[in-house]
Design a protein around this ligand. Structure first.
Ligand SMILES: [Zn+2]
Length: 177
């Protein structure tokens, strides 16, 4: 099933409130799960949203103020407990490497999952494949802060009725692509 949606797991800043968790945003895009800025309590928000944390394939930290990253360690722990086999890609401002490591290795839990880090020090493309491109751009804030842009690769869609009218089908359609 193809899913493309944005789940707001939390939208509070700095302090959680009775009804609003610290920020965390999950963009489900085909087989990818992009998790942005997992604040404290993100792991529990997945339960309320009825989404498995193992949906996450890539994690983005805009900056290392606590409300944008304190849930990172718990999410990685969770993925570890779930024995996720595929790699988890993590993108963050390189000046925050020390904080990333503290959050990732802050407990005695095992770290068996494959975490592939992309500390970003300059703007531009940080990932590109045949499905999408991820770009980083530094934004104004008191600490290094990155905005991310994800662009879906162009694809060709055919009008089925017009194909049928021209008697084009099967492998011929593939050849046209
Ligand atoms: Zn901040």
């Amino acid at each position: 099933m193809i899913i493309k949606d944005l789940i707001i797991l939390g939208c509070s800043a700095q302090y959680s409130t009775r009804f609003r968790n610290n920020g965390a945003y999950l963009l489900r895009w085909n087989r990818e799960g992009f998790l942005f800025d997992p604040g404290e309590g993100t792991q529990r928000q997945f339960i309320f949203a009825e989404i498995a944390p193992s949906t996450v394939t890539r994690i983005f930290i805009s900056h290392f103020h606590g409300d944008h990253c304190l849930g990172l360690g718990a999410i990685l722990m969770c993925l570890n407990l779930d024995r996720v086999k595929r790699p988890i890609y993590c993108y963050y401002p390189s000046s925050g490497k020390v904080y990333f490591d503290r959050l990732r290795y802050g407990t005695a839990n095992k770290n068996d999952i494959q975490v592939i880090e992309y500390p970003v020090s300059k703007e531009g493309v940080v990932h590109k494949d045949d499905k999408f491109t991820i770009e980083a751009k530094f934004l104004d804030h008191r600490v290094d802060n990155i905005g991310w842009r994800i662009t879906e690769a162009d694809s060709i869609k055919f009008d089925k009725e017009k194909l049928q009218a021209k008697n084009i089908s099967g492998i011929q359609v593939r050849d046209l692509q």
